[in-house]
Design a protein around this ligand. Structure first.
Ligand code: G
Ligand code: G
Ligand code: MN
Length: 511
């Protein structure tokens, strides 16, 4: 059935839509995962930096406490203070050494006792902290010096860099974690370097201590987001691919599914797939070709030639039957008008119309255009209206039929005998022809009752002075019977099957 096949889009478009519906969800999911990974890494560096800040603050609290205890001793003789200095070193876990200063001169140390060394307050960030890369006792070992001063009195307590780099290493784990004091910074490898902090390109978080003059920075090297995704998300990737395949398949299936019949008919109309076939109608007595009925065929790109019973009901329902018939009339005119001058008597051209043609006066214009294409008086146009769905007699339909008759268009009741038209109806619409339905013609030679029905129809049309066409004439017997009963016109396989325009014109030239 052609109406279930959709080929509205080109093949390349269909493939593109399928691929897009498969790839888009994957890309979207991938983008979401990328953002999710970025957020996870950011959260991780923030937590790491917070934790490191807390640890360093605690360690410095301990170191600063030692300096606070010792500061009052500054200026006292070193001998008297040494014990107190060493006691702080012993008692406090992170304190490595303690020193007393007077007038910017370090004069007493927990390690050496009496000792002389200049102190430059400018070395200390905010006068408080100095991150050194070792001292003469332990060169190349990081050292954080805390300075507390009160006028000329001063105390210096040092924190071993080993503890600091331990914190950086243990808390940092996967994260790069750095401690910055002024112009120096320490990494997890325990080395102190000079200069500005290096930029950590992925998810960098920086925390500044409120109590002490240091900063902590956490972050990841370039490419960490991808590394994180490839280590954490493989199951999600499989899920994404699965969704992509499902959604691509759905896209593919939806495209293959039928579009609504009216969309498909509209497409076919635009593509010019509705073409006329012609079946000859012959004179009852001479059997010479007197005309033809135009029968619509759908030349479907996939289904081949489709018979009208399969699609005319849809066309009527969607209102497309009017433009479809117009197209059929245009094609018929284009085929037959060029040879119309050679028709000796008016050639009957039968066009099937439906009730939906009778809802406005458009049909009048279509018929005028059609007749205008032919040589004057070369054809007579017969509109065939099926008896199965006859129209309501209204002011508009009367106007329509009046105007059609004014143009010289004739009306035939098609499939006569299968419906229930009243005699009043035949008179009201000024019908010119009855087309006896082929089921009655098929009764010829059968039982007597059936033949009576046929005979009555023939008789009736004679009394009403209507032309009569017998349809579906297949045998010589039927033909002889109908001719003997003065049926004016015959149509059926015996005389010719419905055929394409070119074949019809060719056959016409031999008759
Ligand atoms: O021979 P065929 O199979 O063509 O005809 C099948 C049915 O379709 C017939 O009842 C015929 O009247 C109808 N039909 C054929 N062509 C047209 C047309 O152009 N318009 C309408 N409304 N019906 C048609
Ligand atoms: O419009 P109408 O219902 O009259 O359409 C005529 C229908 O009858 C078309 O489907 C046409 O193909 C078909 N037809 C025409 N001649 C014959 C015939 O001799 N025998 C049979 N069985 N069908 C015919
Ligand atoms: Mn017909």
């Amino acid at each position: 059935m052609p109406l279930t096949v959709k080929s509205r889009r080109k093949r390349s478009t269909r493939i593109a839509v399928t691929v897009l519906s498969g790839v888009l969800p994957v890309l979207l999911g991938f983008a979401i995962l990328y953002m999710q990974a970025g957020r996870a890494l950011q959260q991780s560096t923030e937590q790491t930096a917070d934790e490191a800040l807390r640890q360093f603050n605690l360690m410095l609290d301990n170191t600063a406490e030692a300096a606070r205890v010792l500061l009052p001793l500054a200026g006292n003789s070193c001998n008297d203070a040494t014990l107190a200095l060493r006691e702080q070193v012993t008692r406090r876990p992170f304190v490595r050494s303690t020193n007393l200063v007077y007038d910017n001169n370090l004069y007493c140390s927990s390690l050496f006792g009496e000792h002389q060394e200049k102190v430059n307050p400018g070395d200390y960030t905010q006068g408080q902290l100095w991150l050194m890369n070792g001292n003469p006792v332990t060169p190349n070992t990081a050292l954080l010096v805390y300075r507390l001063s009160d006028e000329k009195k001063g105390a210096l307590t040092t924190l071993d860099g080993y503890h600091l780099s331990n914190v950086l290493r243990l808390i940092g784990r996967q994260t790069s974690l750095l401690l910055q004091v002024g112009n120096h910074w320490l990494a997890a490898d325990g080395k102190v370097r000079d200069g500005a902090l290096p930029v950590l390109p992925v998810a960098q978080s920086v925390r500044v201590s409120k109590q002490y003059a240091f900063t902590v920075a956490a972050g990841f090297p370039e490419g960490e987001t991808w590394r994180y995704m490839s280590s954490e998300y493989p199951p999600l990737f499989s899920l994404l691919i699965f969704f992509g395949v499902v959604s691509g398949s759905i896209g593919h299936i939806l495209q293959k599914r039928a579009s609504s019949p009216s969309v498909e008919l509209q497409r076919a109309l635009e593509a010019g797939e509705f073409i006329p076939y012609f079946q000859p109608v012959v004179h009852g007595d001479t059997k010479k070709w007197s005309g033809a009925e135009v029968l619509m065929r759908w030349s479907h790109p996939k289904e081949g030639l489709v018979r009208p019973d399969l699609f005319i009901p849809f066309a009527e329902h969607s209102g497309l039957i009017v433009p479809m018939t117009r197209s059929l009339m245009q094609q018929t005119a284009a085929l037959l008008a060029p040879i119309s001058a050679s028709f000796d008597s008016p050639f009957h051209i039968g066009i099937n119309i439906t009730a939906s043609h009778c809802q406005d006066l458009e049909l009048v214009e279509d018929c005028r255009t059609f007749l205008g294409a032919f040589a004057p008086d070369s054809i007579s146009l017969v509109l065939e209206l099926t008896e199965r769905e006859l129209i309501e007699p209204t002011a508009l339909t009367h106007q329509l039929f009046e105007q059609l008759h004014g143009l010289g268009v004739m009306i035939a009741i098609d499939d006569f005998g299968t419906g229930h038209s009243s005699l009043g109806y035949l008179r009201q619409f000024n019908v010119d022809f009855l087309k006896i339905d082929q089921s009655f013609v098929a009764m010829i030679g059968a039982d007597a009752l059936s033949r009576h029905i046929l005979d009555s129809i023939i008789e009736l049309s004679a009394k009403l002075d209507l032309g009569i066409v017998a349809e579906g004439v297949e045998t010589q017997e039927q033909s002889d019977y109908l001719t003997a009963h003065n049926v004016n016109f015959l149509q059926g396989y015996l005389f010719g099957r419905p055929m394409p325009g070119a074949d019809f014109i060719n056959a016409l030239s031999h008759h």
